[in-house]
Structures are given as C-alpha cells and as structure tokens.
Write a protein that binds this ligand. Sequence first.
Ligand SMILES: [Zn+2]
Length: 266
Amino acid sequence: MAIVDQIAYQDVHGIRVGRFRRKINTTCYVYAWRGNLIDAGPPNQWKFVRDFAACQHIKRVLITHHHEDHSGNASRLLNAGTPVHAPEMSVSPLRDGFPIEIYRRIVWGIPPRVTPLPFAGIPEENGLHPLLLPGHSNDMTCFLDRQNGRLFAGDLYISSRASHMRFDENAPQLLCSLDQILQSDFETVFCAHRGLVPGGKSAVQQKRDRLRSLQAKARERQRQGDTEAEITKRLLGREDLMSLMTFFHFSKRNLIRGLLLPDLKT
Ligand SMILES: [Zn+2]
C-alpha cells in the first residue's frame, strides 16, 4: 500500500498512509507546516514518511501522543538528524516501550524505541502551541496555530459520531478535554485519521454534544436497572466486525462503560 491521499491546504501539507485503505482508523495522516512535522506516522510506512519529510524540509518532529501510528517513525527521523519533541508523559512509553496488541502490530507495525526531547526547547516562532488534552490517552497533545485558527488535533477528534472506544481511553477526561478545546479560538481542524475536517470547530462540538447526549441516555437506562450490556445493545446496537477483529479492545461496550463513569470534578 502506498500513499492513500495527499492534502495541500493553504501552507499545510499532509499525506495519508497505511496498509489497509478501507477504514479511517487503518490509515493515518502526518502533516507538515513551517518546518514542523506533526506526528511521525506508523512504522510500516517509513519510506513514505521519510520522502515526505525530506521534500517538506522538516526541521523538527512534534509527536501528539505515544501510539505507534503517530510516533512509529520518530526513532528513524531522529537517526536521520531531525530532532523529535514529544509530550512529557510520552517519554516513558516511547523510551521504554508499551504494550501493542496483535491487531495493532498487523495494521501499523512495531515502532523502534526513541528518547524524545521536551517541547520546552522549541523556538517560539514555530507558531504551534502544545495543549495537553487527555482522554484518548493520558499524553494526548494537540497543537494550536493561533495565528491561523488551526488545530492539529491528533486523536482528540477522529469522528463526531464515535460508537466505539479503546479499553484504555478515559471518557470523562475526554469530555473535559473537548470542553476545554472548545474554549479556544480555531476554525480549521487537521485530524490524524480524518484529514482536513470541514467546519472543524463545529464538528468537535458535535462530537462533545453527541457524547453528552449518549451519556444522558445511558445513565437514564442505568437508573431504570438496565445492565451495561443491555444499554450498549439498546443505544449502539450489537458489537460489529471492528469489535471482533480487535478482540473487544476497541468496542461499543467500552464507550458505554466510560460514559457511565462519574464526571471529573473541574
Ligand atoms: Zn491514538
């Protein structure tokens, strides 16, 4: 599989890479803007990321979070002479390794380990402001380009109609992060799996609102005595091929379970 898609929007460029093209979560975008490479792409797509980074004259790599589809080529880019910066909380999994289920190894490959630099050393004029917005993972970091009203969202958004969740995602934290980012000034969203999201900010708002509405319905059913399994089936239908293929690591029930947790105190 080669490059699935390319983006050129104003001065932002991106490539979409992946082994399997059918589902958005089996392909991933990396973006280039003003010498910054936002995410390093999956390890099994190295040659496309390498060529893209070279033709975009990349000066530094900014990792949004440690997952292998985002950080997978960080080590190779560093070995090729490009500094790699990542969130503080990503350092330990990137340096020491982290568990990767078999289906993820098949889709993305296995990332070489890397010790990244902090964001603190990045010159101010790079124009991107890192914001820690946990939930999808505890190190999930988005980059806000305030001057142009753009958000490089990593995996914060992915879809406004999420029906599945990974077992290790934190739904209450995700809802807080969505509330938080909606306070910021931006219009355009570059998502790591969806690409350029039309009406970016309102799409993020739709995601937050839909999750809140699903949460209200799930809590109401729980008050009426339904079990987690019954609530899932009622509100999202039976588990599908995606849940089965990931051995329920990524499932509808995870989403309902997460939404039934108490809200975080803010
Ligand atoms: Zn992720």
